[in-house]
Ligand binder design. Structure first.
Ligand SMILES: Cc1ncc(COP(=O)(O)O)c(C=O)c1O
Length: 397
C-alpha cells in the first residue's frame, strides 16, 4: 500500500484562482435580493467606493462580468480604434495573449520581447518609442507581474520611457496577478488603464474583471470605435442605474463576496498586505535558492529585483516536474501550479491572496519531502532557508 498523507485540508498553491477566505465563502451564500434597491445597491456602492483605492487611482472603475480576458477586451475596445497600432511588452506569456486579443479586434500589434528570464528593458522601450516619429503607436500593453514567468516589470521605468520619448501612447497595465499583492500606484505612476480580475489577490471567485481608467483613457474612449454594446463604458457609469453598470443583471453573489474581500483588505491594510507578500515571496525564493543544484531546481527570474512577490516559477532542469507535483498532490494534498509557456520543465508556486506563513511553509515542506521521495538532488534544506527568512523578518519588524 502506498503511504498517503493527504487527509485533512487540501492546500491549493496554484497562482489563481486562490484560496478563498471563510468570510468570503460565507458572503456568497446570500439569498437573491432585489436588484434595483435595498441591500444590493448598498453593496455595489461600497464596492465602487473601495475599488479605486485598491489601484491607487482617482479614476473611474468598470466591472466586467467575466474573467481577466473580459477585462482585457473591455480595456481595448473602449480606448482604441480599428487599425491602431499597439506595442506589447512581453516578459512571459500574458502580454502576448492580450496582444492576440487586440489583433482579433482589428488592432495592429507589435511585440517587444524581454531577454529570457528578464523583465522588459525600459531602454529598449524608449528606443522603440523614439523611432515612432509618426506616433503610430497608440497604446503600450504590459503586465506588472507575469504569472507564467513570475517576472515583475518596472512600471514607473516604462512610464519614464514614454515620457523621455515624449510619446502620447496610453500606458495599459495588466495587474491580474499582482493587484493587492504588490505595490501599485496607478495615478502616481502615470498609468492610463489598469486591468485586474477577482480570483487572485482579490480572493473572490473567478468571474469579475476590473478596468480602472484615468482621464487620458476616458478621453480616448470618446474617439474609440471598437466598442460593442455589451462592453461599452458609455452606459456603465456610476451615476447611472445599477442595472446598466453591468449591462444587465448584476453578478449578485460575486458582489457580496467582493465586498467582503475588500473589507478584509481594508482591515489588513494595503501596506501590510504588500509586506506580507514580500516576505512570503522572499521565503519561497530562499527555499528554491537552497534547493538549487546544477541541472536541478532554479529560479527562472534572473534578477532578484524582477522577481514577483505573488508567484514563483521554478525550473527543474533534469528533474521531472510532473513527479514533484504528483507526489505533492496525490500523497500530501498540495497542488502546485504547472509550468506554462516556453520555459522548459518547471512548476509554479502561487503565494498570492489569502496565504500565511504556515501555508507557505507547508507547501515548501511538501515540495522538499517530494524531492526527497523521488530521489531528486537538492543543494540543501529549502524549508530551513525559508524559516530563516521569516525569522529574520519577524525579528526586524
Ligand atoms: C497576468 C495575467 N493576465 C491575464 C490572465 C488571464 O486572466 P483570466 O484567466 O481570468 O482570463 C491571467 C490568468 O492567469 C494572468 O495571470
Amino acid at each position: 500500500m502506498d503511504l498517503s498523507l493527504d487527509a485533512g485540508p487540501e492546500i491549493v498553491a496554484i497562482p489563481g484562482p486562490t484560496v478563498m477566505p471563510e468570510r468570503v465563502l460565507a458572503a456568497i451564500r446570500h439569498p437573491m435580493p432585489d436588484i434595483y434597491a435595498g441591500e444590493l445597491t448598498e453593496v455595489i456602492d461600497e464596492v465602487w467606493a473601495a475599488l479605486p483605492g485598491i489601484a491607487r487611482t482617482a479614476g473611474r472603475v468598470y466591472v466586467a462580468i467575466g474573467n481577466g480576458h473580459a477585462g482585457w477586451e473591455m480595456a481595448l475596445t473602449n480606448t482604441l480604434c480599428r487599425g491602431d497600432r499597439v506595442l506589447v511588452l512581453e516578459c512571459g506569456r500574458f502580454a502576448t495573449v492580450w496582444g492576440e486579443m487586440a489583433s482579433f479586434n482589428g488592432i495592429d500589434v507589435e511585440v517587444l520581447y524581454a531577454d529570457r528570464g528578464r523583465a522588459v528593458d525600459p531602454a529598449a522601450v524608449a528606443e522603440r518609442l523614439a523611432a515612432d516619429t509618426e506616433r503610430e503607436i497608440k497604446a503600450i500593453l504590459t503586465v506588472q507581474s507575469d504569472t507564467a514567468s513570475s517576472i515583475r516589470n518596472d512600471i514607473p521605468a516604462i512610464r519614464r520611457a514614454l515620457d523621455e520619448a515624449d510619446h502620447p501612447a496610453l500606458l495599459m497595465v495588466d495587474c491580474i496577478a499582482s493587484m493587492a499583492c504588490e505595490p501599485y500606484f496607478m495615478d502616481d505612476w502615470g498609468v492610463d488603464v489598469t486591468v485586474s480580475a477577482s480570483q487572485k489577490g482579490l480572493m473572490t471567485p473567478p468571474g469579475l474583471g476590473f478596468v480602472w481608467a484615468g482621464p487620458r483613457a476616458l478621453a480616448a474612449h470618446e474617439r474609440a470605435d471598437l466598442q460593442t454594446r455589451y462592453w461599452d463604458w458609455t452606459y456603465r457609469v456610476e451615476d447611472g442605474p445599477y442595472y446598466l453598470r453591468f449591462c444587465g443583471t448584476p453578478p449578485v453573489s460575486h458582489l457580496f463576496a467582493l465586498r467582503e474581500s475588500l473589507r478584509m483588505i481594508d482591515e489588513e491594510g494595503m501596506e501590510a498586505r504588500w509586506a506580507r507578500h514580500r516576505v512570503l515571496g522572499a521565503a519561497v525564493r530562499a527555499a528554491v535558492g537552497a534547493w538549487s543544484t546544477d541541472d536541478g531546481l532554479a529560479l527562472f527570474a534572473a534578477d532578484p529585483a524582477e522577481r514577483s512577490d505573488a508567484v514563483t516559477l521554478i525550473t527543474t532542469g533534469s528533474i521531472d516536474p510532473a513527479a514533484i507535483s504528483a507526489t505533492c498532490r496525490e500523497r500530501m494534498g498540495v497542488t502546485l501550479g504547472l509550468g506554462i509557456g516556453d520555459f522548459g520543465p518547471s512548476f509554479r508556486i502561487g503565494h498570492m491572496g489569502h496565504v500565511n506563513a504556515p501555508m507557505i511553509l507547508g507547501v515548501l515542506g511538501s515540495v522538499e519531502a517530494a524531492l526527497g521521495a523521488i530521489g531528486a538532488p537538492v543543494g540543501g534544506s529549502g524549508v530551513a532557508a525559508a524559516a530563516a527568512v521569516l525569522a529574520d523578518e519577524l525579528r526586524r519588524g
